[in-house]
Design a protein. Structure first.
Length: 117
């Protein structure tokens, strides 16, 4: 089986209610995403950048591998996922989830992972 190829823009790989970029410069960006109760950001990893999640509204369920872990975040809470650590973002509530994700420092990529449970 071939390895998934990193992409520079993952917006075509999954649907969200809303996506906005608040800052984008070489090596760093801040994105705001809003997920419905049924939407998710699929399993993926990043080669060079960490994801720092900050919840604005709703309830985030974050699933991670290496080691396997589940993190639940409420508004105002923050969690950092180091580069190369597989993760999946889901909406853990019954209303929209809105969060910021700070990505950096380094060149952004999105490496989709298939078959991760």
């Amino acid at each position: 089986m071939s390895q998934p190829q990193p992409v520079k823009d993952a917006s075509h790989l999954y649907e969200v209610e809303r996506r906005a970029y608040h800052a984008e410069r070489p090596g760093f960006r801040i994105a705001e995403l809003q997920l419905s109760e049924k939407q998710k950001v699929p399993w993926h990893t990043h080669t060079n950048v960490s994801d720092t999640f900050y919840v604005l509204e709703g309830h985030m369920r974050l699933f991670l591998q290496n080691p396997k872990e589940e993190v639940n975040l409420k508004p105002g809470e923050v969690y950092v996922v180091r580069p190369t650590r597989p993760h999946l973002v889901t909406n853990g509530g019954t209303t929209s989830l809105t969060f910021l994700v700070l990505q950096g420092v380094g060149e952004y990529d999105f490496v989709p992972l298939l078959g991760t449970k």
